[in-house]
Design a protein. Structure first.
Length: 110
């Protein structure tokens, strides 16, 4: 589920017969629930709107989900190999890693 740039992850609790979810990609905890898809979608939007209003009320910037930046620690020898590979192909290390992640993700979901 997506709304205003936020992504919601949903699970179904078969014992309680209810959908429940949370907003991904932020440290703040934003949750929602519903018994039908339409109720769940509305609860997700309401929760995001409530989160944004709460942040505004407190004069705080709401967290932006998935900025596109993350740090990854790798062993020095892997770092060297990746850097050399990027240099050989005349591209940035960032560009090479993006291509590798995209290829790996395509393979993982196929």
């Amino acid at each position: 589920m997506k709304y205003k740039g936020y992504v919601g992850h949903v699970e179904y609790d078969d014992e309680a017969k209810i959908f429940h979810g949370e907003v991904l990609g932020i440290r703040d905890v934003v949750t929602f629930q519903g018994t039908s898809v339409s109720e769940l979608e509305q609860a997700f939007k309401d929760s995001v709107n409530d989160y944004l209003a709460f942040c505004k009320q407190r004069c705080e910037q709401p967290e932006k989900p998935f900025s596109g930046k993350f740090n990854v620690r790798v062993p020095p020898d892997l770092h060297a190999k990746l850097s050399i590979e990027a240099h050989v192909h005349r591209e940035s290390l960032n560009s090479l890693i993006i291509k590798m992640l995209q290829a790996g993700l395509r393979e993982a979901i196929s």
